[in-house]
Design a protein around this ligand. Sequence first.
Ligand SMILES: Cc1cc2nc3c(=O)[nH]c(=O)nc-3n(C[C@H](O)[C@H](O)[C@H](O)COP(=O)(O)OP(=O)(O)OC[C@H]3O[C@@H](n4cnc5c(N)ncnc54)[C@H](O)[C@@H]3O)c2cc1C
Length: 176
Amino acid sequence: MVRGPRRARLPGRPAAHPQHALARGLRDAISRQKLIRLVTGSRLDTVEQDRDGVVAHTRGPEGTWWRGSHLVGCDGARSTVRKLLGIRFPGRTAVERHAVAALRTELPWPGEALLHRQPPWRGAPEEIAARPLPDGVWRIDWLLPPRGDLVTPDALVARIRETLAGWCDGTTPRTS
Ligand SMILES: Cc1cc2nc3c(=O)[nH]c(=O)nc-3n(C[C@H](O)[C@H](O)[C@H](O)COP(=O)(O)OP(=O)(O)OC[C@H]3O[C@@H](n4cnc5c(N)ncnc54)[C@H](O)[C@@H]3O)c2cc1C
């Protein structure tokens, strides 16, 4: 990403995908795999290992015990699997707060991702990033101060308006 007081375009063309489309694509791919069974709404809460493999318990509508040769924990940064195995996660947590919105609009630089550091208008955050998604949708991220109030829907709409006005010479393009 390029640093500068004005809008700076990201070099290259990073691929951006809307999260709901990515999640649906992954689900579709999994559904074609005979060896995978997707169990939603369940949380792993117990893991026991013995000489022959692993036993795991999930709670939820289909709360049950599962047995297998291996267990792979892909359960995120606060991994239950990691904690159940007593594995520490040394290091410091870097807290970053963002407000994120996906909206259909027209920006003056169609199809280009950008990072805008220190936008010049009053009340602007340190950084705003915009990534083009398919169908004229943009995902916009505002870097927020580490501590502060929750972003209400009204505050988000105000932020969208002031950002679009800042980028479009004071006019707000049609947005949905
Ligand atoms: C607001 C925000 C915006 C982001 N934007 C981007 C971006 O634009 N591009 C990018 O590359 N990254 C982005 N990231 C980071 C990205 O989301 C993470 O790096 C990525 O999701 C990590 O993937 P993961 O599979 O390790 O964990 P996760 O995506 O967190 O998946 C973990 C899964 O495990 C499940 N789980 C947790 N505990 C249990 C349990 N006990 N039992 C059963 N299931 C459990 C969770 O429900 C979840 O489905 C963003 C993150 C945030 C918070």
